[in-house]
Design a protein around this ligand. Structure first.
Ligand code: APR
Length: 240
């Protein structure tokens, strides 16, 4: 085991207050493309840039096209995916009382599927859906089984409880995330390009000296980290 991995293993073994902050790179080893890698969702060719499609304006103005993209490119891959070694290891550390929370930008529900209990979903989840008129709640199956735009019997549109571009994050979730990060002994950041705010800005609340960055590519925060490993997250965590 190389020296960096030995250091990481030591920090993990000695801590009972680990917090994990992750992004789409946590789920690529489960077969869900991320957004900004070369084979990511945002590099694929569409009529409009994907960031335009997964926006509030697009949902309200081009609802049919929104749901066509959302069901095919965001829901289907997530429902077909299974937790990978990274999800499973994080759930194991929580069960052992070592990890306090997973804070994720992902909407695929894979951390919960792996057994993690304290999961803060900054950008929401595809599993929760609600009528934009009466607020009635619907499971993800209702969305996948509806042809075209999922409608509520009241006439409203059933939309995902996902934070789209132009929409705000849940402040309650943000406050809890800040609390976990500011009290964390070890903060592990994994599988995220750290380019989308306010999520990426949360890491400035970390006050410890064990900031670990596990990411395939370089990020703007590499120089601020105490330990950086550019490798596949699942492969790294499964060695610990
Ligand atoms: N192991 C480690 N890192 C990986 C792996 C892997 N197996 N696969 C990909 N990565 C890295 C990539 O190198 C990239 O830096 O994960 C990062 C994923 O970055 P993005 O695709 O930008 O995803 P993310 O950071 O989660 O995007 C944030 O952008 O569009 C919004 O709401 C969307 O939540 C998303 C947000």
């Amino acid at each position: 085991m190389d020296e960096k991995l030995l250091t990481l293993k030591k920090w993990i073994d000695e801590s009972d207050n680990i917090v994990f902050f992750g992004g789409a790179g946590v789920s690529t080893e489960s077969g869900i493309p991320d957004f900004r890698s070369t084979d990511g969702l945002y590099s694929q060719k569409y009529k409009y840039p994907p960031e335009t499609i997964v926006s509030h304006t697009f949902l309200t103005r081009r609802t049919e096209e929104f749901f066509e993209f959302y069901k095919e490119k965001m829901v289907a891959p997530a429902l077909a995916a299974r937790p990978n070694a990274a999800h499973l290891k994080l759930a194991e550390w929580e069960k052992a009382g070592k990890l306090k929370a997973v804070i994720t930008q992902n909407i695929d529900g894979l951390h919960q599927a792996a057994g993690s209990k304290e999961v803060l979903e900054l950008h929401g989840t595809i599993m929760k859906n609600y009528c934009d008129r009466c607020g009635k709640k619907f499971p993800v199956e209702y969305v996948t089984e509806s042809a075209g735009v999922p409608k509520c019997e009241c006439g409203g549109t059933v939309r995902p409880d996902v934070v789209l571009y132009e929409e705000g994050l849940d402040m309650g979730v943000m406050e809890r995330a800040i609390n976990y990060i500011s009290n964390a002994d070890v903060l592990i950041i994994g599988g995220t390009s750290l380019v989308v705010y306010p999520a990426a800005g949360l890491i400035r609340y970390y006050r410890g000296n064990k900031l670990v960055l596990l990411n395939l590519s370089e990020t703007s925060q590499d120089s601020n980290a105490d330990l950086v490993i550019h490798a596949k997250l699942g492969e790294v965590l499964s060695q610990l």
